[in-house]
Design a protein around this ligand. Structure first.
Ligand SMILES: C[S@@+](CC[C@H](N)C(=O)[O-])C[C@H]1O[C@@H](n2cnc3c(N)ncnc32)[C@H](O)[C@@H]1O
Length: 211
């Protein structure tokens, strides 16, 4: 199902507050070798990557962990991971290289202009306290026309998710992401989708392309 409405979300004071505002390095110090969504939802994520990411491209997995959900049969030139736990990232077999970087401390990204052909962010955007700045950076490091694929479900680490996320319904979270993308200013063809399988974890996606 595609969301047709053109809503934007008004961000109120406190929108980016979190219950646990201690350094993210502390919360994520213990590696979590789990999958955060069930196999049906992961299949949907992988299908989205199959559909939107260009084979042979340079791909960035932002807020990456020990799994990237990329389709195994497709070869990408380079897959780069950025996350906050080195033990999770070092276990990720789909990454060619990775770095540890706290986006909430430093939203600017350690990559060159137009270095990537696609960016994926899976079940993680809700933890960013400066999401528009991070998306602006994606506008810089992606080539013109390249996609960013943002997916989410209905679960999160509640103490680390921002207030605007926790107070939104699943569908309104797509409009919240759309608002971030519009504020960042670099994106076109923004698609909001409910791709939930018939059973199990719901899965929503927001896909946009750099102008
Ligand atoms: C729920 S996990 C999802 C991991 C992975 N994308 C997946 O699909 O399984 C959230 C991830 O967000 C990343 N993360 C959380 N806060 C972060 C921050 N401040 N800077 C960078 N990455 C962060 C962590 O690396 C963590 O693995």
């Amino acid at each position: 199902m595609v969301f047709e409405k053109k809503y934007t979300v008004k961000l109120l004071p406190g929108a980016f507050d979190r219950m646990d505002d201690s350094p993210d390095e502390t919360f994520y110090a213990i590696p979590r070798f789990v999958t955060h969504i069930d196999p049906g939802a992961i299949r949907v994520v992988t299908d989205l990557y199959r559909k939107y990411l260009p084979p042979g491209g340079d791909i960035l997995d932002l807020m990456s962990s020990w799994v990237s959900h990329l389709p195994e049969e497709i070869k990408y030139r380079r897959v780069v991971g950025l996350g906050i736990n080195d033990r999770e990232l070092s276990r990720n077999k789909q990454l060619d290289e990775w770095s540890v970087h706290n986006l909430n401390k430093q939203p600017s990204l350690p990559y060159a202009n137009q270095e990537f052909d696609g960016v994926i962010i899976c079940v993680s955007l809700d933890y960013l306290i400066r999401p528009v700045e991070v998306l602006e950076e994606l506008g810089r490091i992606l080539k013109p026309g390249a996609p960013v694929i943002i997916t989410y479900s209905n679960r999160c680490f509640e103490t680390k998710a921002i207030a605007a996320w926790l107070s939104s319904s699943d569908h309104n979270r797509a409009y919240l992401i759309r608002t971030y993308l519009l504020e960042a200013g670099y994106f076109k063809e923004i698609e909001l989708m409910d791709c939930s399988p018939e059973a199990g974890d719901p899965l929503y996606a927001v896909v946009a392309r750099v102008r």
